[in-house]
Write a protein that binds this ligand. Structure first.
Ligand SMILES: *[C@@H]1O[C@H](CO)[C@@H](O)[C@H](O)[C@H]1NC(C)=O
Ligand SMILES: *[C@@H]1O[C@H](CO)[C@@H](O)[C@H](O)[C@H]1NC(C)=O
Length: 278
């Protein structure tokens, strides 16, 4: 057991040493964390050859080769389209190679690896990997519609929260007075048709019945969640005032309709109009 472990450690040590003593290395790998599905992403690999001779530079998406540079061959650069990405172009300089990829409009995460190898007989390989996720962030906060300014105890309202276009589409959570609202079976998040790049908007309705004993205000909040790492939250808020007869008396001083004008004059007038239609 102990022997086995020692062997594993010495193997690790040997591979570490060979990395350290290898004459060439990848000095910088630039892969954007997020790629917008509407534009090409540029990935670059910078390397240092020391006194070794470059044999090839290869790029892989996951395990599939998408780019190959062989300075000694007639066709120096070759590009390969693979599932999930279109390879638009690539070029190399003395100690760097750049490849431009157009991701398919799907919210995926893939590993991009740059591999630099030296000429024979050593054929030493230096390799580095970074991940890129295809994502389009929402540019606007969600919007709540259907929220009245005032509501009576016992009444119900149908709220609708709609989000901006994004990839993947945003999930939606509803809160009332900071308590998350479990969706009813028919109230799941609905999706719009896709735009270019696969972006979709989403919306979700919430039916609220105001309890008979309620008074004061309901604080309504809709949260849109983009499930990337870390997740991106945006929100919209609305306040719905719950009125009762006792609260109305604060606004209406007598039958003649002389009402008290406060800072919330619009609401007061609305209440007054409502009362006079009773
Ligand atoms: C990849 O596919 C696109 C679209 O079909 C095409 O324009 C491009 O030339 C292809 N590239 C390669 C290297 O085959
Ligand atoms: C909610 O809003 C979305 C986006 O504006 C709309 O497409 C949808 O029909 C609305 N749903 C309801 C039930 O009002």
């Amino acid at each position: 057991m102990l022997l086995k472990k020692t062997k594993v450690y010495s193997n690790i040590l040997i591979s570490l040493l060979s990395v350290l003593t290898s004459g060439h290395e990848i000095t910088q790998l630039k892969v954007p964390l997020h790629a917008d599905p509407r534009r090409a992403a540029e990935l670059s690999c910078h390397f240092h050859m020391d006194d070794q001779k470059l044999h090839s530079v290869k790029w892989y998406r996951d395990l599939h080769e998408i780019f190959r540079y062989n300075p000694s061959q007639k066709t120096q650069i070759r590009l390969f389209n693979v599932t999930g990405v279109m390879v638009q172009g690539g070029s190399c300089e003395q100690e760097s190679c750049v490849v431009r990829v157009m991701p398919l409009p799907q919210a995926t995460r893939a590993a991009y690896t740059c591999e630099v190898s030296t000429e024979g007989p050593m054929f030493q390989i230096a390799r580095q990997t970074k991940h890129m996720t295809v994502v389009a962030m929402p540019e606007k906060d969600p919007i709540i519609s259907g929220a009245p300014n005032l509501i009576r105890p016992g009444e119900q309202m149908l709220l609708n929260c709609s989000t901006d276009y994004s990839l993947p589409p945003s999930d939606i959570n509803w809160y009332i007075d900071d308590v998350i609202q479990k969706p009813e079976a028919w109230q799941h998040t609905e999706l719009s048709a896709p735009l270019a790049g696969g972006l979709r908007a989403s919306w979700r309705v919430l039916r609220v019945r105001v309890p008979a004993a309620a008074s004061g205000a309901l604080r309504v909040r809709c949260e849109s969640v983009l499930q990337v790492d870390p997740s991106v939250l945006r929100e919209a808020r609305a306040v719905v005032t719950v009125y009762s007869r006792t609260e109305l008396s604060k606004y209406v001083s007598n039958k003649g309709g002389n009402f008290y004008v406060n800072a919330n004059a619009v609401i007061t007038i609305w209440v007054f109009t409502f009362i006079s239609t009773l």
